[in-house]
Design a binder for this molecule. Structure first.
Ligand SMILES: *[C@@H]1O[C@H](CO)[C@@H](O)[C@H](O)[C@H]1NC(C)=O
Ligand SMILES: *[C@@H]1O[C@H](CO)[C@@H](O)[C@H](O)[C@H]1NC(C)=O
Ligand SMILES: *[C@@H]1O[C@H](CO)[C@@H](O)[C@H](O)[C@H]1NC(C)=O
Ligand SMILES: *[C@@H]1O[C@H](CO)[C@@H](O)[C@H](O)[C@H]1NC(C)=O
Ligand SMILES: *[C@@H]1O[C@H](CO)[C@@H](O)[C@H](O)[C@H]1NC(C)=O
Length: 364
């Protein structure tokens, strides 16, 4: 198992303070005030949500609060519960190690998000991934033991590097231990790549589900999702088909995601929901202006599919129509009077927490 560098409780305060300071810098405070005001005005009764179930939309924290701490780190996961809703779903991008262990890391090429290049300077290789030569460090070349000295770092360079080199890589089981009893969403990509390395995501996942209850499993690979659909049918786990760019070919069928989008009836045969880039729902022009919403959420709801929207980040370029307010952006997806997505995948889970009006426990 991984060496821990002190528990959350004992070592949290210096980091927490730094984190809170950063949060203030990223202007979370004014929005907090807004959230409190709105909450007080909201009537307590009937559900106003236009989600498929009528429940409030889910908040899915991509690698935890990855806008602040390194993606998939212990503090990133824990801080999303400190700063946001207790119902937040922890998202892990699963990669397999050489010895078949599942670890959470945001990219298939792991040199930007970890210190592996410093620890194993000669580890760079080239592999073919979905037909394209890709170069860098890959988890399939390392077993769990050789990954112990490797730690996580922020892979988006405009974000704080204050927490780089501190947190160990987490296995999925580590994550489960740390966020218990919060729900867990595993995103599984590149099944074909792991198979070329004689590793089976399917066997890994099915053996994991014997002792871990997963709320969601997503994949952009149709072949993979349908291969586990039968086995997970009786479980509570929701299977989500992830759409990538419209022109990208889905690797197991070679159909583009754009063409699969027109066949949601077919998608419904192996998935209970879909995850799409947010511009599928609210397109943005190349010069940053918002276009009218598409009928996408309504169409998917008609098929009985839940819709999750991805790519939310408070420090990314927003459409000008939101006047630089990430809260306004989230509200346009969940509270526009016409439709609501069923969940938001974000690097800053505090923002949908505020938008939904869940309790934000951030006492100064
Ligand atoms: C890693 O960082 C380099 C620049 O430092 C960038 O060109 C590359 O696209 C990044 N890779 C990933 C997977 O983000
Ligand atoms: C996978 O297994 C096959 C058959 O045992 C072997 O020929 C091949 O070299 C292995 N591939 C890798 C990447 O280990
Ligand atoms: C997908 O298309 C590429 C190039 O057109 C081809 O080489 C490959 O075999 C196709 N794969 C499948 C699964 O049809
Ligand atoms: C939807 O996809 C299925 C499976 O590929 C295909 O049989 C069916 O004809 C498609 N329907 C439409 C309307 O494209
Ligand atoms: C976004 O702003 C532009 C410029 O004011 C306006 O023309 C456009 O209609 C707005 N988009 C939406 C969806 O309101």
């Amino acid at each position: 198992m991984l060496a821990r560098r002190g528990g959350w409780e004992s070592s949290a305060s210096p980091f927490l303070c730094a984190a809170l300071r950063l949060l203030l810098v990223t202007a979370a405070l004014p929005s907090l005030v807004t959230a409190v005001t709105r909450k007080n005005l909201k009537p307590a009764a009937v559900s106003p949500w236009r989600t498929l179930s009528g429940d409030a939309p889910s908040i899915v924290a991509k690698g935890g609060f990855s806008g602040l701490f390194p993606d998939s780190s212990e503090y990133a996961y824990k801080f999303s519960y400190v700063a946001g809703s207790p119902d937040t779903i922890s998202w892990c991008d699963v990669r397999l190690t050489k010895d078949g262990k599942g670890i959470c890391l945001p990219n298939l090429v792991i040199d930007n998000c970890t210190t592996i290049g410093d620890v194993y300077p000669d580890g760079k290789t080239n592999y073919i991934v979905n037909g394209e030569t890709t170069s860098g460090w890959f988890s399939v070349d390392y077993d769990m033991k050789t990954l112990l000295p490797v730690s996580l770092k922020q892979d988006i360079y405009s974000r704080s590097n204050k927490f780089d080199g501190i947190f160990p890589i987490l296995t999925v089981d580590d994550l489960v231990e740390q966020v218990k009893p919060a729900p867990i969403w595993l995103n599984i990509q590149h099944d074909l790549f792991y198979r070329q390395h004689n590793l089976s995501m399917r066997s890994y996942l099915l053996s994991l589900t014997r002792h871990v209850i997963l709320s969601h499993v997503s994949s952009p690979e149709l072949g993979f999702l349908s291969s586990i659909a039968g086995r997970l049918k009786k479980s509570k786990t929701k299977l989500i088909f992830r759409f990538l760019g419209e022109d990208t070919a889905e690797p197991s069928t070679n159909m583009t995601y754009g063409s699969l989008l027109k066949n949601l009836t077919f998608v419904k045969t192996f998935a209970t929901g879909i995850l799409v880039p947010k511009h599928y729902i609210w397109p943005v022009t190349s010069n940053g202006y918002l276009q009218p919403y598409t009928s996408f959420v309504m169409d998917a709801h008609k098929e009985g599919l839940e819709v999750f929207a991805s790519d939310f980040a408070n420090d990314a370029m927003l459409s000008y129509n939101y006047s630089y307010d990430p809260l306004a952006e989230v509200l346009s997806f969940i509270d526009n009077g016409i439709f609501s997505v069923d969940g938001i995948l974000t690097d800053f889970p505090i923002t949908p927490s505020e938008a939904i009006g869940d309790d934000v426990i951030l006492d100064s």
